[in-house]
Design a protein around this ligand. Structure first.
Ligand SMILES: Cc1cc2nc3c(=O)[nH]c(=O)nc-3n(C[C@H](O)[C@H](O)[C@H](O)COP(=O)(O)OP(=O)(O)OC[C@H]3O[C@@H](n4cnc5c(N)ncnc54)[C@H](O)[C@@H]3O)c2cc1C
Length: 388
């Protein structure tokens, strides 16, 4: 595929794909833009699915984009089946392209017959079942599991969350995640850690040791994997995500963005793949510049938030390899706290719990590769911006 495309095909109608189509026009691309979206819905946002949509309020979170006005050929319900040098093969025929944006996101890991929450249809179906008195079993105390439990409890359900590890959010936050455990009881949710499900059915979950939990609703929230199977045999390399360089280039004329992309992070010196709304929002501008022959680098401080069990969690950075953990504030107190991860004295990640200011200022410190004094860092009364 050539460096200056005439027709660009964007594969995936989530936030990253939609933003890529918008960016193509914003950056002056006057050629054809085709957006292939496997789902029948207009492109929409996912974070509200486990929050407002599940709680019953708010309309479908459709993105506010005038597709016709943008001159984007949005093809809903069309799935790409393979990528080759001349374009994309779909279940509705071949689409020739000399530029391709890969934005196929991620798919939830399924266990047995448990419901998952990834799409608007998943959310609407689940919402109908979260009624007062419903016995809800959630498998996995990760981000999605915690948010589903929050909504199910608010709807008046009897909620049990099963977690095989020592505490909630262990995969993302390590031991720090266990600090959220008391929130479950406070919200009327039964959290059972070190509890492994051996079989998941639509109406019951079997546990190691033989116990069986009967349920009206069983939801599995044990993570997602990049949606890349369709790229087998294509010119791009895949290894737990589409391998992209720091310009988000995956192959000549092909860029990758959002949950499906694993890019080289200069800031953290490693390859990153995140499932963060903010990355799906920001990365397409860089990818499109690259596709159009310009020079841009994607090197963000990853940012993610969650609203669960009455708390707002905001996470920035990448804690891998951290050798020091510093807390600001009292994790058992009522005012929230912030955990900071340092590597060789450099702030590499932080989790702000009900402390949005720390997130904002801390994210800047991470971007600046700051090496704050750990004693002052640990003082919740010292604003992080003073530690630059
Ligand atoms: C329930 C839920 C809650 C979340 N909450 C938060 C939050 O609070 N904070 C946060 O930071 N992040 C959150 N996220 C993560 C965030 O929504 C994702 O990071 C973001 O949606 C990624 O966007 P994307 O466009 O890369 O992928 P996706 O949103 O997954 O979109 C990819 C689209 O591509 C389509 N597709 C896949 N394969 C093909 C194909 N072969 N051909 C055509 N189309 C295809 C899919 O159907 C899908 O519509 C949440 C995610 C979920 C599911």
């Amino acid at each position: 595929m050539s460096a200056a495309p005439r027709r660009v095909v964007v594969v995936g109608g989530g936030l990253a794909g939609a933003r890529a189509a918008q960016e193509l026009r914003a950056q002056g691309f006057a050629g054809e833009v085709v957006l292939l979206a496997a789902e029948a819905h207009l492109p929409y946002d996912r974070p509200p699915l486990s929050k407002e949509v599940l709680r019953g309020g708010g309309p479908a979170p459709v993105l506010d984009v005038d597709w016709a006005g943008l001159g984007v050929d949005l093809r809903r319900g069309v799935r790409a089946l393979s990528l080759h040098d001349g374009g994309v093969r779909t279940d509705a025929g071949d689409v020739g392209a000399d530029g391709v944006v890969l934005a196929t996101g991620a798919v939830p890991v399924r266990i047995g017959e448990g419901a998952v929450l990834r799409t608007l249809d998943d959310a609407l179906a689940l919402r109908r079942r979260l009624v007062p008195g419903a016995r809800v079993v959630v498998v996995g105390a990760g981000w999605i599991g915690a948010e589903v439990a929050t909504a199910a409890a608010a709807a008046g359900g009897e909620v049990v969350v099963l977690e095989a590890g020592d505490g909630p959010l262990a995969g993302a936050l390590g031991a720090v995640g266990a600090r959220t455990a008391p929130w479950y009881a406070a919200a009327g949710v039964a959290l059972r850690t070190r509890t492994r499900a051996t079989a998941v059915h639509a109406d019951r979950v079997e546990l190691e040791g033989g116990e069986v939990l009967r349920a009206d609703v069983v939801v599995v929230g044990v993570g997602a994997r990049p949606d890349t199977d369709w790229l087998a045999g294509s010119p791009v390399a895949v290894d737990r995500g589409v391998l992209a360089d720091r310009h988000l280039r995956a192959a000549p004329g092909v860029v990758a963005v959002g949950d499906c992309a694993a890019w080289e992070s200069g800031l953290f010196g490693t390859r990153l793949r995140v499932e963060h709304w903010d990355d799906a929002l920001q990365a397409p501008a860089v990818a499109v510049t690259t596709l159009l022959g310009g020079e841009a680098v994607h090197d963000p401080v990853p940012y993610f938030w969650s609203e669960q069990l009455g708390h707002r969690l905001q996470h920035a950075g990448h804690a891998e390899g951290a050798d020091q953990v510093v807390d600001r504030g009292d994790p058992d107190g009522p005012d929230g706290w912030t955990t900071c991860w340092l590597r060789d004295g450099r702030l590499v990640a932080l989790l702000a719990v009900d402390r949005p200011r720390d997130l904002l200022q801390g994210r800047r410190l991470i971007a600046a590769r700051a090496t704050p004094d750990p004693v002052r860092l640990g003082d919740p009364d010292v604003p992080l911006k003073q530690l630059a």
